[in-house]
Design a protein around this ligand. Sequence first.
Ligand code: KIV
Length: 275
Amino acid sequence: MSATARKTAPLPDDILAMKGDTPIVSLTAYTTPMARMMDAHCDFVLVGDSVGMVLHGLPSTLGVTMDMMIMHGAAVARGLEKSMLVIDMPFGSYEEGPAQAFRNAAQLMRETGAVAVKLEGGEHMAETIAFLVARGIPVMAHIGLTPQSINTLGGYKVQGRDDQAEQLLADARAIADAGAFSVVLEKVPATLADQITAEIPIPTIGIGASAGCDGQILVVDDMLGLFTAFKPKFVKRYAQLGTDGEAAIAAYAADVRARSFPAEEHTFADKAPGK
Ligand code: KIV
């Protein structure tokens, strides 16, 4: 069913059931107005830890905290009715082991209303994923380019080329076996993304992967042209709100300096006599 036709938000099982059927549509959001704008068009909305770079000017996602995720998660939840809310677990909030992951995932869900969490990692996170799922926490996994591991990956490079392909396939299988309801494939060669999509029983959500994935996700500020620090090859800009916004601000500044704003229609007259 399309997001526009749906009256209530899907659950993770509904997203799982879309595998191999209708493409799953998703974007990130960090604020209530942005969430409202996408609610009727997306199947799920991700409060990504990309918030740190996109809204807070951090150099990577490593500085994002639980408090930041909770504040933005709660804001996005207030803007959603038809779209499912997924929230990223920030760096350092789940890697120690299943118990730490459960405690922090439960807090994220309790304080934001998110129905699922996303965490980065493949085979080595399988035990944690299984632990969370067994205790009522739906998990979306994230493999390929995993930005929280940027310092060990050595940069924002394509992942899974040549001899890395087998490991990514093993990661995808392990995640699915552990009970994740979907997996994000970031910056993975298209043929490998297609192979993973064909092999595992859960939906693959591509970002810089393949049109053959079961769904797609983009960082909303990237596709709207609002985040202009850099543009990854996989981003298609559907608008240029950054340059349009700067032109609008320049026009406002010129109007104020020329005393042509505010005009009469923006100001208030004295109270009419007798009223
Ligand atoms: O943090 C994020 O925005 C993400 C998406 C790019 C998948 O993880």
